[in-house]
Design a protein around this ligand. Structure first.
Ligand code: FAD
Length: 388
């Protein structure tokens, strides 16, 4: 068995044994998927992307997108936690692995399977990832950082946090750094609840974060560069894996429903089969657009000057933003069409064809970095970008 298929096989088994059985309870109780995360740690999947020379499995982004889809077919919240953690790991591997402090951290992450949460959203700037109000305050060879975060997924369960902040107290709000803060060095004061429509298992309430650390924990590359080259494209691709899994779960229920109708009336094609044909075509479009952007990104993520030039170009930014907009608009439409195929059995909460959780989870996608915010960025880009 190749390393690739070993990773995917492990994810499939884990999804069946440690994700699917708990998905409804996690949704109903809005509780953290502890069973799944414990299993992910035991299978060393939290360090899958860490290169082999630092002890990890050296997995590719494509493999991680596949794992997101596998997990999301059973529980989108569990998949999203996995995706958000991997975004942090990939950012560190790609932009901080030449820093001795981070090399040591990555080795420890492989050993202890730390779960890293992301702290970008902030009171006053909302979901604008490229602006911060809080600032890193140097103090000798250490720093202090306080952030009033609107949303930290699995904040209470995370081992460490990767936080955006202004580089220094006198820096502009777009002059940001990214810093990892360790569990022993921060406190989180929870300031609200997380009783949401969907993605309930991500457990993402607001927190006031107070932290300290060594200056070496501040990644040298400006956050704006990491954001263009890695954070934004990788987020949209890993989230794309989660959205494909959520959509595929709904589509597969609709397929089973139509097959059941066909079996009940042998020799006839049920009227829902036509809707199913449309649905499968929508699913294929979603998959094709995520896959095309993934293939292009993996070819560009080689870190030579030409590739970096492309990744940081306006045209590439527009393309990845469009992937996010299109995929997050398609997802609720796909689940809604699957619901219309299954009818009342899709509408019921206690039916094996229930679409409730998928539909509620699907609506998080357009909000998780608001689509209007992304469209506003695209509108500005299009004013200056030359025609193809
Ligand atoms: C499931 C889930 C998990 C999350 N986990 C995390 C996490 O772990 N860490 C984290 O930091 N954040 C997290 N977030 C927060 C997320 O990244 C966004 O910050 C948040 O969803 C945006 O909040 P908001 O709707 O108030 O949007 P904002 O971006 O604050 O905007 C508010 C409203 O104004 C509109 N708007 C804003 N700017 C413009 C504009 N320029 N043009 C037009 N309209 C505009 C938006 O559409 C929105 O309706 C999570 C969100 C979700 C849904």
């Amino acid at each position: 068995m190749s390393a690739t298929s070993a990773l995917i096989a492990a994810a499939r088994l884990l999804a069946k044994e440690h994700v699917a059985p708990y998905a409804d309870a996690i949704d109903q109780e809005a509780r953290f998927p502890q069973e799944a995360v414990t299993a992910l740690k035991q299978a060393k999947l939290l360090s899958a992307y860490v290169p082999a020379n630092l002890g990890g499995a050296g997995a590719s982004l494509s493999e991680l997108v596949d794992v997101c889809e596998i997990l999301a077919r059973e529980c989108a919240a569990t998949a999203m936690i996995f995706a958000m953690h991997q975004i942090q790991v990939i950012t560190i591997v790609r932009h901080a692995a030449d820093n001795a402090w981070y090399q040591n951290y990555l080795r420890e992450l492989v050993q202890h399977q730390y779960l890293i949460a992301s702290v970008t959203s902030e009171v006053g700037v909302g979901g604008e990832m490229r602006r911060s109000q809080c600032a890193i305050e140097p103090d000798g060879d250490r720093f202090h950082l306080i952030k009033d975060a609107t949303t930290i997924s699995y904040g209470a369960q995370a081992d460490d946090l990767l936080v955006t902040a202004r580089r220094a107290p006198d820096a502009a709000n777009s002059d940001q750094s990214l810093v990892l803060v360790r569990k022993a060095d921060y406190t989180l004061q929870q300031k609200g609840g997380w009783d949401t429509m969907g993605m309930r298992g991500t457990c993402s309430p607001p927190f006031l974060m107070t932290s300290t650390g060594e200056l070496a924990q501040i990644i040298a590359m400006p956050f704006g560069d990491m954001s263009a080259q890695t954070v934004v494209p990788v987020s949209h691709l890993l989230w794309g894996g989660c959205w494909m899994g959520c959509a595929a779960a709904a589509v597969n229920k609709a397929r089973a429903f139509v097959r059941g109708q066909a079996r009940a009336n042998p020799g006839t094609v049920p009227p829902t089969a036509l809707r199913l044909a449309e649905l499968v075509s929508m699913m294929q479009s979603l998959r094709t657009s995520v896959q095309a952007c993934l293939t292009e990104y993996e070819a560009l993520a080689v870190a030579d000057d030409a590739a970096i030039g492309t990744l940081t170009s306006m045209a590439y930014s527009l393309k990845m933003n469009n992937l996010k907009i299109d995929a997050t608009q398609a997802l609720p439409l796909i689940v809604t069409k699957a619901l219309s195929i299954c009818g009342i059995l899709g509408y019921k909460n206690d039916s094996k064809f229930s679409m409730s959780r998928h539909l509620r989870d699907a609506h998080s996608a357009a909000i998780m970095v608001g689509n209007d915010r992304i469209l506003a960025t695209n509108a500005n880009l299009l004013l200056v970008l030359k025609d193809d």
